[in-house]
Design a protein around this ligand. Structure first.
Ligand code: ADP
Ligand code: MG
Length: 676
């Protein structure tokens, strides 16, 4: 379709800003959905306002005042219509001065409060009316913005473009399916997602569009699986001699939760069908042991096995740990990292000898060839999904797959993202764990946290200090960490270490080794310490600028301590700048339960973000919220299965539109790969 730059009123600058929103073509623009709608169906005269109601009023700005600054800063206006006055307050928003100018006519929407007998609104939505423009009434779409784009501009653009283009976009969904699920026509749904006449209309439009998103993804997932033969996985013995010896020598016994999960995994590995199982267990619940058991099932049955971690640092940690577990049993291990991708490793993988390869995702996506791959374990890496399995399949490999995560993912969502997936859970933590006392301290009380670090070090324990995320980049965080570590190194009696993403793998692993061997007391680092690192003698963690991290991330970071039997502490240092940041810190202080925290996180950020899924693509949703739209997701999956059962190659005339969707989705998920 045509690029948006060709639309009247859209110059190069605006086209560029639209690109930042993912909008290149007119089709992209038409499917740039409003984030929400403002209800301006009714204008209420001011004399009728009552506290507690959410309303829209129109009036003229009578006065405007900017008071205080910084944290106390307030911008107050008073508006009037023919029937009365209404005050509105905006905090930290003196930039509004230039817009809400005395004499201008405005529309305010929001909740009415009563303050000292006066009616007020706090942070209402507003629109300044330009002379000659009548205000838009009804349900007003509010679009995401980028660059210098103005809401009014995007609204105007959409009101010109949508009515003209939506009808031309066609409906790939055969009429029979639409009727069966009582779904409106796609063009209607698109148009009414932008400009619904009622909330009901918006909801039925959304239902249709969400169904489409789910259907598109489900078709793509089933399409990929369709080419996967159903009985080709290796049969692995989950009770072989190696496993029995490993369990015998383990210094502790498995928890009940670990036992149950292992039984489920073992059962799958013994089937000739490739396992696809998601293992969920809170931080510290002991997932690594289950990885080791699974690897042993493969190696003990004469196969090769791979363990993949999200970062090289973690891959190395796993390698070292597994080495200590598995070498005594006579098992060969190789670490496949950026630097060790030697031809030697490649040769060994190409041989038929059973071994365990540990590395990052590069293990499957690279040109490495496994001669006898029986199992892939993936740790804390939600992005490993349909795409990676498809890549393995292209190499003719159908190993068993175990994905381990501390983030609970609803089963239906897991099904959609990963294809067909079973879910196991490790319930409970190993015995003797103590809750991690968690405190939020304002920056001015930072010293208090470091006094506690001092005490812990004196008592022979170790500490982590995580540096703030300044600009969302490892690099800037690494700089902050370096500075902090340099400062701390001057404190007498502390042996300070530093890790960040820009260090060479050798440097990183040598620091980690020193920390494990207690040659370092305080380890200053970036979020590369987020997952997996396991040093039970570390009992205190200080997270600087904690409000800048996501909830799941904070929980993972906190999970670095509390791994031994001593009590542990976590300090969150922050002066949160947003209500959301504040809410996250509060949740952390209040609960230790990863499940509860993940649910909060999913609520705050939505699953796309939480799971690190891409905005578009096989795993991407724009309108769908898989947590809340579970019923629709189920319907779309059934529909997809049904369609492909009757027309496995989507060859029928009536399915051509759907075929187009699948090809698009796969092209996004597997760029550069030939699809059949
Ligand atoms: P995670 O689930 O976060 O990956 P780990 O596998 O790193 O957790 O385990 C956390 C710690 O608990 C490790 O030090 C591990 O040795 C220990 N651990 C695991 N299982 C048990 C158990 N059954 N009893 C006692 N300690 C255990
Ligand atoms: Mg782990």
């Amino acid at each position: 379709m045509d690029s948006v730059g060709r639309l009247p009123g859209v110059g190069p600058k605006r086209a560029h800003d639209l690109t930042k929103l993912g909008v290149d073509t007119i089709e992209d623009l038409v499917t740039l959905w409003p984030r929400r709608h403002l209800d301006r169906s009714v204008l209420t005269p001011i004399w009728q306002l009552r506290a507690g109601e959410t309303v829209t009023v129109r009036g003229r700005v009578e006065s405007a005042q900017d008071r205080g600054f910084g944290r106390q800063g307030q911008f107050k206006i008073r508006i009037a219509d023919q029937t009365g006055y209404l005050d509105a307050t905006f905090f930290h928003a003196s930039w509004l001065k230039s817009q809400l100018v005395v004499g201008r006519e405005v529309i305010l929407s929001g909740k009415v409060d009563s303050f000292r007998g006066r009616l007020t609104m706090t942070h209402p939505e507003f629109e300044v009316l330009e002379s000659g423009h009548e205000p838009r009434l009804g349900l007003i779409p509010v679009y995401p913005l980028a660059g210098d784009l103005k809401q009014r501009f995007v609204q105007d653009l959409q009101s010109r473009v949508v009515p003209r283009w939506a009808p031309q976009m066609g409906d790939p969904l055969p009429l029979s399916i639409r009727q069966h699920h009582d779904l409106p026509d796609r063009s209607w749904a698109i148009a009414h997602q932008h400009w619904p006449l009622s909330w009901d209309e918006r909801e039925s439009s959304r239902r249709r569009l969400v169904f489409d998103e789910f259907l598109r993804m489900s078709l793509a997932v089933f399409w990929l699986h369709r080419t996967e033969p159903s009985f080709r996985g290796p049969v692995l013995d989950g009770e072989n001699l190696l496993i029995r010896r490993f369990l015998r020598d383990l210094p502790f016994s498995l928890t009940a939760g670990q036992k149950t999960a292992w039984k489920e995994i073992r059962g799958d590995l013994q089937q000739p069908r490739p396992m696809a199982r998601l293992l969920q267990g809170d931080v510290g619940s002991g997932k690594t042991i289950l990885a080791a058991l699974s690897l042993l099932a493969a190696v003990g049955s004469g196969y090769q096995a791979a363990l993949m971690a999200p970062t090289e640092l973690l891959a190395e940690q796993h390698y070292l740990l597994l080495e200590s577990y598995l070498r005594p049993l006579g098992i060969e291990l190789v670490l496949v990292s950026g630097r060790s991708k030697s031809s030697q490793v490649a040769d060994r993988l190409q041989n038929l000898e059973p071994l365990v390869a540990v590395g990052t995702q590069a293990l499957v996506s690279d040109r490495l060839v496994f001669a006898r791959l029986g199992l892939v374990v993936v740790d804390e890496q939600h992005r490993f999904g349909v795409r990676q399995r498809a890549l393995l399949g292209e190499k003719g490999l159908y190993p068993h797959m175990l994905v381990m995560t501390a983030t609970p993912i609803p089963r239906t969502l897991a099904l959609t993202v990963y294809g067909d997936l079973q879910v196991s859970q490790i319930r409970g933590l190993p015995p003797g764990r103590q809750p991690i006392a968690t405190w939020h301290l304002p920056m001015k009380d930072r010293r208090d946290a470091y006094m506690k670090v001092r005490e812990a070090v004196k008592a022979g324990h170790q500490a982590y200090v995580i540096c703030p995320m300044v600009e969302e980049s490892e690099e800037s965080q690494g700089k902050a960490a370096t500075m902090l570590a340099e400062g701390m190194a001057k404190i007498p009696g502390w042996r300070v270490g530093l890790v960040h993403g820009r260090m060479s793998p050798q440097e990183k692993s040598s620091v980690m080794e020193q920390f494990r061997n207690r040659h370092i007391d305080v380890l200053v680092g970036t979020t590369i310490l987020e997952v997996g690192v396991d040093v039970p003698n570390a009992t205190i963690i200080v997270i600087e600028g904690a409000d800048r991290f996501g909830l799941a991330q904070l929980h993972q970071l906190r999970g670095r301590v509390g791994r031994g039997s001593s009590s542990s502490v976590c300090y969150l240092l922050a002066d949160p700048a947003t209500a959301e940041g504040e809410a996250r810190l509060k949740a952390m202080v209040e609960t230790q339960d990863g499940l509860a925290l993940s649910e909060r996180d999913l609520e705050i950020r939505g699953p796309g973000e939480v799971l690190g899924m891409r905005q578009h693509g096989v795993a991407g949703f724009q309108l769908a919220d898989p947590l809340h739209d579970l019923v629709l997701l189920g319907q779309a999956r059934d529909t997809a299965r049904h369609i492909l059962e009757h027309d496995p190659h989507l060859a029928l005339e009536e399915n051509q539109g759907l075929r187009g969707w699948v090809m698009e989705a796969l092209a996004e998920a597997l760029p550069g790969h030939v699809l059949h």
